[in-house]
Write a protein that binds this ligand. Structure first.
Ligand SMILES: Nc1nc2c(c(=O)[nH]1)N[C@H]1C(S)=C(S)[C@@H](COP(=O)(O)OP(=O)(O)OC[C@H]3O[C@@H](n4cnc5c(N)ncnc54)[C@H](O)[C@@H]3O)O[C@H]1N2
Ligand code: MOO
Ligand SMILES: [Mg+2]
Length: 414
């Protein structure tokens, strides 16, 4: 008799995954490798930015009070007593009706409180001295980038768990993080099962197909922030698969298998979990595709039994494995990122369960538009290439018209 499985809701399944998903350790890595990791600690400004009052222009630094009388009909003259480029500091004293020639990025000399651009002054020489002429009054603080106006000392500029984007790398460099505290990426083992699977360089044979899941899942792991480790593909033999799963689990933080999770005669994954002594968190979810997605836990590690069907495998990974990887990484937002979009085409199927339709999200006249792509079956591979979202059709609904507001899950969420 075929086993009857108890189906649970997607949210409940996700709750169980998040509850048991472990978190990884924090370690230091060189800054040039930090892009794409997650911050393992708050990024705190340990000094103000800019660290000194500086000039945002190439021009002349003056004392604004010396320009009080300046007007187009009444130009004032200032002696240029020094010249400083970025990186140099003028340590002398700037006196009444004096100016310092200053370049963008240089520290404003003590006593000066305004900068005027080259283009706004007239330069001339007299008796071997250099002068400028100013024809308007300058405000105190005019054209000065003040100490701390960009970031104050002690300010938390990015919280632990923030994704390290190129902008975060700029901040890390600004504050001297040659080594960056990051969450260790989980090693995610991948095992493909199926006696029908051909290696990629094998010719197509009757009844056989090439193994696409293993490679698809490896790239999904990388996109989610994990480190994939591929153990290879194995025929549907209980002992061989059991031994491989058992060995692999010792070597990784998270283990993914594809195929063999349904109720077929050669679907051994449930038996493997049993033999391992793993506790099954769920083995049926009220969703399509991916209803057979199974998650088990063993000695603090999660085992994801993803479907063999490519689209079901893809969806099962994004819905359940990605959040577990993000939790391992201490990500600030481990859960899926959603947006509201306008449906780009009619979707007439009934939805007796939560449906996750591969879709393409685009902008149209300032709005997000999500359009289902191609074939919507769980065994297809052709609609995966163009998908950048899942369009969510909740259980108990039917007949969505083009233009309806729908919720989408972002696949490229960083
Ligand atoms: N009697 C029932 N039959 C099925 C049920 C059910 O509830 N009762 N569920 C169906 C659903 S839904 C799905 S999804 C599949 C899940 O099957 P498995 O996860 O057990 O996967 P397999 O049987 O091993 O393979 C399914 C399908 O996918 C192809 N496959 C497998 N591995 C790969 C790979 N690495 N790359 C590409 N394609 C792969 C395989 O050849 C099969 O065609 O079960 C339904 N059946
Ligand atoms: O697990 Mo299946 O994908 O629902 O078609
Ligand atoms: Mg099967």
């Amino acid at each position: 008799m075929v086993e009857r499985r108890k189906s649970i809701k997607v949210n409940e399944a996700l709750k169980r995954v998040i509850k048991y998903a472990p978190q990884g350790s924090i370690h230091y890595i060189p800054i040039h490798q930090s892009y794409g990791h997650f911050l393992g600690d708050d990024l705190v400004a340990d000094h103000p930015i800019p660290p000194f009052d500086r000039s945002p222009y190439d021009g002349f630094a003056v004392r604004s009070k010396d320009t009080e009388a300046a007007a187009s009909t009444h130009p004032q003259n200032y002696e240029v007593i020094a010249e400083i480029g970025a990186g140099s500091v003028f340590t002398g004293k700037v006196g009444k009706m004096q100016a310092v020639r200053i370049m963008t990025g240089a520290q404003v000399p003590n006593g000066c409180d305004a900068v005027i651009m080259f283009e706004s002054v007239k330069e001339y020489e007299a008796c071997g001295k250099r002068y400028i002429q100013i024809k308007r009054r300058l405000q105190q603080g005019e054209n000065i980038s003040f100490t701390g106006e960009d970031a104050k000392s002690g300010e938390v500029l990015a919280k632990k768990g923030t994704y390290i984007s190129p902008g975060i790398v700029a901040l890390l460099a600004t504050f001297g993080y040659k080594q960056v505290p990051t969450s260790k990426k989980p090693t995610v083992g991948i095992i493909a099962t199926g006696s029908e699977l051909l290696e990629l360089d094998e010719e197509i044979q009757p009844g056989k197909i090439r193994n696409s899941n293993a490679y698809m899942v490896q790239s999904q792991v990388i996109r989610a922030g994990g480190e994939p480790y591929y153990f290879g593909q194995f025929s549907d033999h209980f002992t061989a698969c059991f031994e491989q799963v058992k060995q692999a689990l010792d070597q990784v933080d998270i283990l993914i298998t594809t195929g063999g999770v349904s109720v077929g005669d050669y679907d051994y994954m449930q038996d493997i979990y049993k033999e391992l002594g793993a506790e099954i968190l769920f083995n049926k979810v009220g969703m399509r595709p991916g209803s057979v997605t199974t998650v088990a836990k063993k000695t603090g590690k999660l085992l994801f039994g993803l479907s063999g069907n490519p689209s079901a495998c893809f969806v099962g990974f994004e819905l359940f494995t990605r959040p577990a990887i993000r939790k391992f990484l201490h990500a600030f937002h481990p859960l899926l990122k959603k947006e509201t979009a306008i449906l780009g085409a009619d979707f007439s199927k009934p939805n007796p369960f939560d449906r996750f339709v591969r879709g393409r999200l685009t902008f149209h006249q300032g709005k997000l538009v999500a359009t289902p792509i191609g074939l919507d079956k769980s065994n297809v591979v052709s609609s995966l290439g163009a998908a950048n979202v899942f369009i969510e059709f909740p259980a108990g609904t039917r007949g969505y018209k083009q233009g309806s507001e729908i919720s989408v899950i972002l696949l490229d969420d960083m």
